[in-house]
Design a binder for this molecule. Structure first.
Ligand code: ATP
Ligand code: PAU
Ligand code: K
Length: 249
C-alpha cells in the first residue's frame, strides 16, 4: 500500500492507495500530525510499503513529519520537490522554487487530466488560481485569502463581529442579503470567493480563446462550483499531480 499525504497550512489530507495505484483504500482529513498518526494506527489492515508527500509547511515541520513516518511506519517518505519542468509542463514563476508545491502539483494533475489549456482553482486556507496553456506553459496565477482567513480577519479586527460555528454553517443555506451578523459575514465571504472565481473565468476566456478546462479543488470547492457549470471538481487533484511528480517505481 502507498500512503500519500498533502500537508496544507491547516489540514493534512491523507489517503492510502494500492501499489498499482488502481484502488483508493482509505482516506481522511486531520488537523495535526498527532491526529494523522492516531488515524493511521486505527486503520484496519494497514500495511504501508511506500509513502510520498507534498508539504507547503516549513522545512523543519516537514522533516519532523518524515522522521515520525520513518519511526512509526518504517517508510522513507518521498517529498515532492520544486522543478522548472515536469513532462510537457513548464513552471511559469520567475523563480520556480517559489511556486507553492500544492499549486505546482495541482497544475501537473490538471494538465494530465485535461490535456489542454487549464484554469486551476484551489480553495483552502488560501485560494489560488493558476493558468496553464495548451502547450503546458504555466502562465502564473493569483493568491488570495480563503474563507477561513477572511472570517478570522473580520472577527479579529472588529469588536462586534462574533457568532458561533454552528450558526455560521446554517447561514450558508442560501446567499440572500444577511439579516444577522453570521449570515452577513458568511455570505459576504462566500460571495468574495465566487466573485474571484468568476473573474478568473473571464481571464481564462480572454487568454484561451480556443477553449480550456476548469478544475476546482480544495475544501471549499463546493461553495463555488455552480459559478463554473462545466468545471471538473477534483478533490484529489493534488494527489494526481503527486503521483506524476513522485513516481515510486
Ligand atoms: N472534511 C473537511 N475537512 C476539513 N475542512 C473541510 C472539509 N470540508 C470542507 N472543508 C473546508 O475546507 C477549507 C480548508 O480547505 P483545505 O483542506 O483544502 O485547505 P488547507 O489544508 O487548510 O489549506 P491549504 O490551502 O494550505 O491546503 C476550510 O474552509 C474548511 O471549512
Ligand atoms: C499559497 C499557498 C499557501 C496555498 O496553499 C501555497 O501554495 C504556498 O505557500 N505558496 C508559496 C507562495 C507562492 O506560491 O507564490
Ligand atoms: K491545498
Amino acid at each position: 500500500m502507498i500512503l500519500e499525504l498533502d500537508c496544507g497550512n491547516s489540514f493534512i489530507k491523507w489517503r492510502v492507495i494500492s501499489v498499482d495505484g488502481a484502488q483508493r483504500l482509505l482516506a481522511g482529513v486531520v488537523d495535526s500530525d498527532a491526529a494523522l498518526f492516531d488515524s493511521l494506527a486505527a486503520a484496519p489492515g494497514l500495511r504501508v510499503s511506500r509513502c510520498r508527500l507534498v508539504s507547503v509547511r516549513s522545512d523543519a515541520e516537514t522533516e519532523q513529519l518524515v522522521a515520525r513516518l520513518r519511526e512509526s511506519l518504517g517508510v522513507d517518505a518521498v517529498c515532492a520537490q520544486s522543478a522548472s519542468q515536469v513532462g510537457a509542463v513548464h513552471n511559469g514563476y520567475e523563480d520556480f522554487r517559489r511556486l507553492g508545491l500544492d499549486r505546482w502539483l495541482a497544475v501537473l494533475g490538471a494538465y494530465h487530466l485535461g490535456q489542454r489549456a487549464c484554469l486551476v482553482v484551489d480553495l483552502g486556507t488560501a485560494v489560488t488560481a493558476d493558468f496553464v496553456s495548451a502547450a503546458g506553459m504555466h502562465m502564473g496565477g493569483f493568491i488570495c485569502p480563503g474563507l477561513p482567513l477572511m472570517r478570522d480577519q473580520l472577527s479579529t479586527h472588529t469588536r462586534r463581529i462574533r457568532y458561533d460555528r454552528q450558526v455560521a454553517l446554517a447561514a450558508l443555506q442560501e446567499l440572500e442579503p444577511g439579516r444577522s451578523t453570521a449570515e452577513a459575514v458568511e455570505r459576504g465571504c462566500v460571495l468574495m470567493l465566487r466573485g474571484f472565481v468568476a473573474e478568473q473565468l473571464l481571464q481564462a476566456r480572454a487568454r484561451f480563446p480556443d477553449g480550456f478546462e476548469v478544475f476546482l479543488t480544495g475544501g471549499d470547492a463546493g461553495l463555488v462550483r455552480d459559478v463554473v457549470p462545466g468545471a471538473q471538481v477534483v478533490p484529489d487533484l493534488v494527489f494526481v499531480g503527486l503521483a506524476i511528480a513522485c513516481p515510486l517505481n
